[in-house]
Design a protein around this ligand. Structure first.
Ligand code: RAM
Length: 919
């Protein structure tokens, strides 16, 4: 349907503007995934400019000016009347993140907009219209009450270590006497909810809303429910699960205490407008009824969901249901009064996997193999006598005898139980859990299950897939696929460390530089912008930032390396998307954190604090989790100081962006002192290496610009020697060093060594994981032999900068200016790599790079989006040897020869599709 609409739209636009050949499409407004609930006072707008001709798109499309119209009705917009905002003709190249500048926008205001763009070809083009609607901006917009029941039911064990709480069912009936024109639902349910109207579930989100520190803020979602309601009697139902609101563990001593916010609760406000223009509100309050005596008898994200179909409350979400046995709901309070529209895309089931194989490994114990380590749950198809209990357990691996390998899941019980009602084919899937697994164990199945008895349902934040990467090397391609599955499986309204054991937390260090690699794969702007708010919410008055956010675990170790993600990610959002608002918004908190760390832990400009070292580096013996060998480990003080320096250099830029020139000077001055102290302490000038000469130590001295200019090549030689001689061409870092390894090797002249590291298949390497059956990325390099106490099969932290390197270096797609307004395209041609085909959907449009070398020839197809420019590096000894299309490249339209540099002919190109060839 969505596709149909989109293609219809494109079609109309195509016919309308074909003669001009330039299109303005993909209009984007703040919080794109929730256009019905924008609660930002000045939403920011953007668009893409392209050529309508597919085959040979018009080149040199550059925006000269724009004019935005925002109208209160579609009719006014059609008549070019921007009654809310008419930006006037603005001479500007900017086409992303333009703040709305019109009349103040009140709650519920629908805004219709379009943009007129003038390009240097002197053509003026109108975009197709788009719209957004404001959410509820003020607390007084809500008349709905927070509703719940702050007590447990007899059959629950809410204070069991493995908290066994049943799902809460809420219902109410209401009459809507007149014909409905429009109805909008604003809803929150904590921890997670499903909304039912007249027996239909509203929307296709699962595990909504996105998790937050509920002491600080709570999200609501907005749905158009016009088609769910009817004139006459209506039934409203809310189903609540625990999510992260009701604690996952009660008094469990082996884990830090997990935050607990109370029993599930909800707030629902449906605003109805009748055909005659009159309005009505349906709200949650104490007139609702509640029960926990339904089929979901227990739900806990670590442990599983138990569903007893014999307890189904048939018809509870339809009008006329007898709820006389239900209790009266209570008015309850929530830990925070900050209620905001969810700023991230919903979590959805995005894919369904068929089982590859099923095996009976013991009497009544079947193991299903889905062929892929995925995150989500299983959908069961079963037929059998009423009361039969089918139990499903989930794991990433199997033991040698084929049974489920559960050792690495710690206390997570990962057990879903389905009790049959016994009426023919029953199809069931849980709602309020998720697991990380490839294998499912089925016990208690009536009869013999087959591959058709169970499917894998893939569940994660439904972010657009924005990148593609394929090369002539099949191992690299598989590696990319593993990364893809690992990354998406670790989006759960926040980036998580892992999806399977009793952890699943937003560990900051795991997603620092890695988040930039992810940005080439998934359009994650909104998710990471939200996570920065989670981090800010977790900051203590002292300025301290924890290692985990939202702070469901209170891990305030005053570490440098993990909290650094706060600044690194804000910088990533700026570089990759061109968004400077996160920098402006978080600047004071970032500065406060750095001040806290300096005043408390800095001695003579050396940062004395580090918690984790170069976490998860390859240890000396196969069963170890962490190395005990001081020669392998990188000094914590070294890491802390290098990171502090790096933070200062980023903050210098942030101070510039935010106009804090005094700060800028201070950061620069302090950075100078830190650099000097760092080199005095850690640099061995004679032998030209840092600290104890680990790869990680030399890496950071180079990557962060700490090494003195004249010693850089010597230090780099040490890094190369350590890697080639001592580690025989293998990675020797943990997740900290891995964040700069591939790029530092490549950018300093040894792409061949980076390539070797990326394509190794023996220990330690990513290829080794694949050789040993991994379909995601392991937590440990030695994940197949290490102690299971900390050994997940689906962490993404060890990817380091691998994905960035694939896109920036191998494909050659790199932002030169924020948001890819200018692009550097400089593919690395190394090793036995003969081709790369890659694309990346930037906010300005699609960038494509497709190169191939064959028998001394080099062919390169390049796509540069409208309103951007790219600098291209083409391997050639003479620019005259480079051809584009049918002419010499330097004479081709849109192409300008710049210079020869390091064996490359450098050209500047404008937007368009190009076909370069070098003989
Ligand atoms: C582990 C987590 C995470 C890491 C921390 C330090 O428990 O899984 O990956 O960041 O430790």
């Amino acid at each position: 349907m969505r596709f149909l609409l989109a293609s219809l739209l494109t079609l109309t636009v195509l016919t309308a503007w074909a003669q001009k050949g330039i299109l303005v499409t993909n209009l984007r407004c703040e919080n794109q995934a929730n256009p019905l609930g924008i609660d930002v006072a000045q939403p920011r707008l953007g668009w893409q400019i392209s050529s309508s001709a597919r085959k040979s798109p018009i080149r040199e499309i550059e925006q000269q000016s724009y004019q935005i119209l925002v109208a209160s009705t579609p009719e006014k917009l059609a008549a070019n009347e921007g009654d809310l905002w008419d930006s006037g003709v603005v001479k500007s190249e900017q086409s992303v993140f333009i703040p709305y500048g019109g009349k103040p926008l009140e709650s519920r205001r629908a805004c219709y907009w379009k943009v007129n763009v003038k390009t240097m070809k002197d053509t003026e083009v109108w975009s197709e219209p788009a719209s957004w609607t404001m959410g509820l901006l003020r607390p007084s917009d809500w008349s709905a009450k927070w509703t719940g029941l702050d007590s447990s039911f007899a059959w629950e064990k809410p204070k069991d270590v493995f908290t066994r709480v049943a799902a809460r069912y809420f219902r109410k009936e209401a009459d809507l006497p007149k014909k409905i024109r429009k109805a909008t639902a604003y809803v929150s349910g904590l921890g997670v909810y499903e909304l039912y109207l007249n027996s239909r579930k509203v929307g296709d989100a699962v595990l909504a809303p996105a998790p937050t520190d509920y002491n600080k803020r709570i999200f609501y979602n907005t749905y158009d429910v016009t088609n769910y309601l009817k004139q006459g009697r209506n039934a409203l139902g809310m189903l609540l699960g625990n999510g992260r609101f009701y604690t996952l563990r009660w008094g469990y001593k082996e884990l830090p205490e997990i935050a607990h916010y109370g029993f599930p609760k909800m707030r629902l406000q449906i605003e109805v407008t009748y055909e005659d223009g009159s309005t009505e509100r349906l709200i949650s309050d104490e007139s609702w009824k509640v029960t926990a005596a339904g089929p979901i008898v227990a739900n806990n994200e670590f442990d599983g969901e138990e569903y007893d179909a014999t307890k189904e409350l048939s018809g509870w979400e339809t009008a006329g249901y007898n709820d006389s046995q239900w209790l009266k709901a209570q008015l309850v309070s929530v830990p925070s009064q900050v209620l905001e529209s969810q700023p991230t895309p919903p979590i959805r089931v995005t894919e369904t996997l068929k089982a590859q194989a099923i095996k009976e490994v013991k009497p009544d114990t079947f193991i299903v193999d889905l062929g892929q380590n995925l995150v989500g749950w299983a959908r069961l198809h079963v037929r059998g006598p009423r009361g039969t209990k089918v139990t499903l357990r989930f794991a990433e691996r199997v033991n040698e005898d084929g049974t489920l390998y559960l050792d690495n899941l710690r206390s997570a019980k990962v057990t879903d139980v389905y009790t049959l009602k016994g009426d023919g084919e029953e199809v069931w899937e849980p709602r309020f859990v998720y697991h990380g697994f490839r294998y499912v164990e089925i016990t208690g199945f009536p009869g013999t299950p087959t591959v058709n008895s169970l499917e894998g349902r893939v569940v994660h934040d439904d972010l657009p897939i924005v990148g593609s990467f394929a090369s002539s090397n099949s191992l690299l391609n598989q590696l990319y696929k593993n990364a893809f599955w690992g990354i998406r499986g670790n989006y759960r309204g926040m980036p998580t460390d892992c999806p399977q054991r009793d952890e699943r937390m937003g560990w900051l260090g795991d997603r620092a530089i890695g988040s930039k690699g992810e940005s080439f794969v998934f359009g994650h702007h909104d998710l990471y912008a939200k996570w920065l708010t989670d981090i800010e919410d977790a900051q203590l008055e002292s300025g301290s930032i924890p290692d985990v956010a939202p702070a469901y675990w209170k891990m305030y170790s005053d570490n440098m390396t993990w909290p650094a993600a706060y600044i690194i990610i804000a910088n990533m959002l700026y570089e990759q998307y061109g968004d400077d608002v996160p920098i402006r918004k978080h600047y004071p908190s970032m500065k406060k954190w750095l001040t806290h760390m300096r005043t408390k832990y800095m001695k003579d400009y050396i940062m004395t604090k580090d918690t984790y070292g170069d976490w998860c580096m390859p240890p000396e013996s196969p069963e170890l989790i962490h190395s005990q060998d001081p020669k392998r480990k990188t000094d914590g003080t070294f890491l802390g100081t290098a990171f502090y320096y790096n933070m200062l250099t980023i903050m210098e830029q942030f101070a510039e962006i935010t106009g804090n020139s005094a700060d800028k000077r201070e950061f620069a001055e302090l950075a100078g002192h830190v650099k000097k102290a760092f080199n005095d302490k850690f640099l061995n000038r004679d032998r030209q290496f840092y600290s104890n000469n680990t790869a990680t130590a030399n890496l950071f001295a180079l990557a962060y610009g700490l090494a003195p200019e004249e010693l850089r090549s010597g230090v780099f030689e040490q890094l190369v020697e350590r890697t080639t001689v001592e580690h025989k061409g293998h990675i020797s870092t943990g997740l900290v060093g891995a964040q700069w390894l591939m790029r530092t090797l490549s950018d300093n002249g040894r792409p061949d060594l980076a390539y070797r590291i990326a394509t190794n298949t023996d220990y330690p390497s990513w290829g080794y994981m694949i050789q040993n059956g991994a379909t995601t990325i392991w937590e440990l390099w030695n994940g197949n032999t290490a102690n299971p106490a900390m050994n997940s099969g689906n962490h993404v932290m060890l990817l380091g900068d691998l994905i960035i390197w694939m896109y920036e270096n191998l494909a050659g797609i790199k932002a030169e200016e924020p948001g890819f307004k200018r692009i550097i395209m400089k593919p690395t041609i190394t090793g036995d790599l003969t081709s790369v085909t890659s694309s990346f959907e930037s906010f300005h449009g699609r960038i494509g790079s497709e190169w191939e070398r064959k028998g001394g020839k080099f062919n390169w197809k390049v796509t540069v989006p409208g309103n951007t420019r790219a600098t291209l590096y083409i391997p050639a000894t003479d620019q005259k040897a480079v051809r584009e299309g049918r002419s010499q490249a330097s004479l081709a339209p849109g192409v300008r020869f710049v210079k020869m540099e390091g064996g490359n002919a450098v050209f500047e190109v404008t937007s368009g599709a190009y076909n370069f060839r070098v003989k």
